[in-house]
Every structure is written in C-alpha cells, then in structure tokens.
Design a protein around this ligand. Structure first.
Ligand SMILES: NC(=O)c1ccc[n+]([C@@H]2O[C@H](COP(=O)([O-])OP(=O)(O)OC[C@H]3O[C@@H](n4cnc5c(N)ncnc54)[C@H](O)[C@@H]3O)[C@@H](O)[C@H]2O)c1
Ligand SMILES: [Zn+2]
Ligand SMILES: [Zn+2]
Length: 348
C-alpha cells in the first residue's frame, strides 16, 4: 500500500487552496473505514472555504485540512470493530456526523445533532486519493447508481428532504427555483406522486430542464406573474404545498402568497440575508405551516433519494456540469464561479 497521496488542502487560514502530492494516506481507527475516492463533487461550501468567507472561518481551525465532502468511495480497509461494512463496497458519506448522545440523536433526529462534526470541513475529507471516515456515517450505494449519483446524495438530498417534509402525494405543488437542487425536487415530487407540479425560475433553459424532469407547468418570473398564474390554475385557492429552492427573499414571499390556507411552505433554499414578510396577512391569518430544511434525514432521505435516482425521469445529464481531474480543481472551481449550471466533479 502506498504511504503518500495526492489531495487538495486548505493549508492555512486565508483565501485559496493547495494541491499536494505528499499527504500521508490516513490510518484508520477500529470504528472507521478507508475509502479509495472514485469521485467527489464541489459544493458551494467548498467555494466558501476557498474564498475564506465567514462561515468557513468560524468552523475551520485545524490546518492543513483536506477538504471535500460530496463523494463516492470504495472501501479498501475496515477497522477491527466494524461489522457491517466490507472491502469492495461503494459508499457515500453523511456530512452531518452525529454524536449519538444528545437529545436530538436519542430522539432519532440525528441530522440536527447538537454536537455534529462536519466531514471534509472539521475532519479531513474527499478531495484526495483516500479518505477515512467513521463506518456508521457511510451509506452503501445500490449497484444501479453511478459514482456521480453517489456524490449528489449529500448536496441534492436536502431537496429530497424538502419533498418528504411537504408530503406531496396527490397534491398540487409549487417548486420555486430550478437550479441543481430544484430539478431534483421536481423529479422527487413526480416520483412521490404529486398531482400537479408548477415550477418557476428566472431562466427558460432551467424551466425546459424542469419540464423534462417532471414539471407540468413552468413560469418564468421575469416575464410572468407567478401568483396570478398559480391562483388561476387552482381556482383562486393556491397550491397545497410550495417548496422554495431559490434562497431568494423575493421568491419566498411570492411562494408564500401562492400557498392555500392551511397549506405548507418548505424552504430548502438558504437566504443569505434576513427576509421580510407580512406574517400577519400571509402566514398567520391563513394558518400556513412554514418550515426550513437542514440536511437529510438519516437514512430515510437517502433511501427515498435512491428511489428517485432509480426512476428513469431522473436525468443525470442535466445534473453534471463538468468533470475534471483532481489536479485541475482550479478549472472546476472557476467553472462553478462562472455560474455554469450543474455539479462539477473531481476525479483523483
Ligand atoms: N437546506 C439545506 O440543507 C441546503 C443544502 C444545500 C443547499 N441549500 C440551498 O438551496 C438553494 C438552492 O441551491 P442550488 O444549488 O440549486 O442553487 P442554484 O443557484 O443552482 O439554484 C437556484 C435557482 O433559483 C433561481 N431563482 C433565483 N431567484 C428566483 C426567483 N425569484 N424565482 C424563481 N427562481 C429563482 C435561479 O435562477 C436558480 O436557477 C440555495 O439557497 C442553497 O444555499 C440548502
Ligand atoms: Zn455540500
Ligand atoms: Zn447528537
């Protein structure tokens, strides 16, 4: 077995990343597995780490740190105490590594663990040839899924979690925002039995992708009035559920106005600024249930997402934005910064 490996690290506090060829191959503890990384994808969080924004600065204290948390790896070694993972299995990783002892963990809500550790941010991660991780935070991939599909459980899974939260079966649903995650939301609404799916975005090409992934009606909010269209389609009532995947305060407000009384608005999108809304008129008087989404339910969302990805409607060609060798990570980050659609994948 080789002793050193290639990988991408945050070498010190401050902007930028470094490509290294002399990193030690991790040694596993008794409850861990060693993965040979097959591919990894770049998250908005990684871009934030690269730029050294506030979020990263508050969480990253140890350097050098190998980053990357959206991945598919093949297990090449298992610790002595690991009973249910085996060499040769392909796995993905749950970034929210729970402690198993806090009140949330004990109540089965591990995804909001009070003391969670973030894989690839607070531990060494997957932008490398090998990565070690606790065995119990790995998810064994179905054979039908590709390596790239294994990578997107983590980023797009929050969208599937939003669909679970909205309980879409038989409902008329609005999906606001058809970016990488929104498209997954549209497909998951279709697979989980929504009656009618209305999708909105600012760009026609994203709406065209949404129709291919299962949307019945699409609305370009630059040209058309979303609230008027939704009310017309629902005989003035509004949709039973809206899932907002934009992170835009303006969109959250119009989504709220599209929801019928007693309906729900689920926000998967994370607004980067405080949101102003007329809570009295739009939320309270109409008794709307508003909820946010944090990560993925462990492992329910992963199993549901497996069902979605096995469905022919889920078109990976629309999800893949670019594929790069690990050492060409700068090109992958640049493509992402340019606003190009889809996920960027790195191959060690
Ligand atoms: N809750 C979580 O756990 C979690 C996890 C990961 C990402 N996110 C968030 O999910 C959101 C979506 O992520 P993404 O990767 O798909 O982003 P993205 O930028 O690819 O997609 C956002 C889409 O919303 C569209 N949009 C913007 N304003 C709009 C408006 N007013 N009306 C309709 N569409 C509008 C954009 O054109 C774009 O297509 C982001 O806010 C991201 O931070 C949340
Ligand atoms: Zn991510
Ligand atoms: Zn916990």
């Amino acid at each position: 077995m080789q002793k050193t490996m290639r990988g991408i690290v945050k070498a010190a506090a401050g902007p930028g990343l470094e490509y290294r060829t002399d990193l030690p191959v991790p040694e596993i503890g008794e409850n861990e597995v060693l993965m040979k990384i097959r591919c990894a994808s770049i998250c908005g969080t990684d871009l934030g780490i690269y730029n050294w924004g506030d979020w990263a600065r508050r969480r990253m204290k140890v350097f050098p740190r190998i980053i990357g948390h959206e991945t598919t790896g093949e297990i090449v070694a298992v610790g002595a105490a690991v009973k249910d993972r085996f060499v040769g299995q392909r796995v993905s990783v749950e970034t929210h590594m729970w402690d198993g002892t806090c009140p949330h963990c004990l109540a089965g809500r591990r995804h909001v663990c009070q003391n969670m550790t973030l894989y690839g941010i607070q531990t060494d991660g997957a932008f490398a040839e090998y990565s070690k991780v606790r065995a119990d935070v790995t998810y064994v991939l179905a054979d039908e899924l590709s390596d790239e599909q294994g990578c997107i459980f983590e980023p797009m899974g929050s969208g599937v979690h939003g669909v679970e939260e909205a309980q879409v079966k038989g409902k008329t649903v609005l999906v606001a925002g058809c970016g990488a995650i929104g498209l997954t939301v549209v497909a998951a609404c279709r697979v989980f039995g929504a009656k009618t799916i209305i999708a909105s975005d600012l760009y026609d090409e994203k709406l065209e992708a949404a129709r291919a992934m299962g949307a019945d009606v699409t609305v370009n909010v630059r040209r058309e009035n979303l609230v008027e269209i939704v009310l017309r389609l629902t005989k003035g009532l509004g949709v039973e559920a809206a899932i907002d995947v934009t992170g835009s305060p303006a969109s959250l407000n119009s989504s709220l106005k599209c929801v019928m009384a007693m309906g729900c608005l689920v926000s998967v999108g994370l607004p980067g600024e405080p949101v102003t809304m007329d809570m009295t008129e739009d939320l309270f008087y109409r008794q709307i249930h508003l909820s946010g989404i944090c990560g993925r339910r462990i492992w329910e969302t992963w199993d549901d997402f497996t069902t979605v990805m096995k469905d022919p409607i889920y078109d990976m060609k629309r999800v893949i934005g670019g594929q790069f060798a690990l050492e060409d990570y700068e090109a992958g980050f640049a493509r992402m910064r340019s606003g190009a659609p889809g996920k960027m994948f790195l191959y060690p």
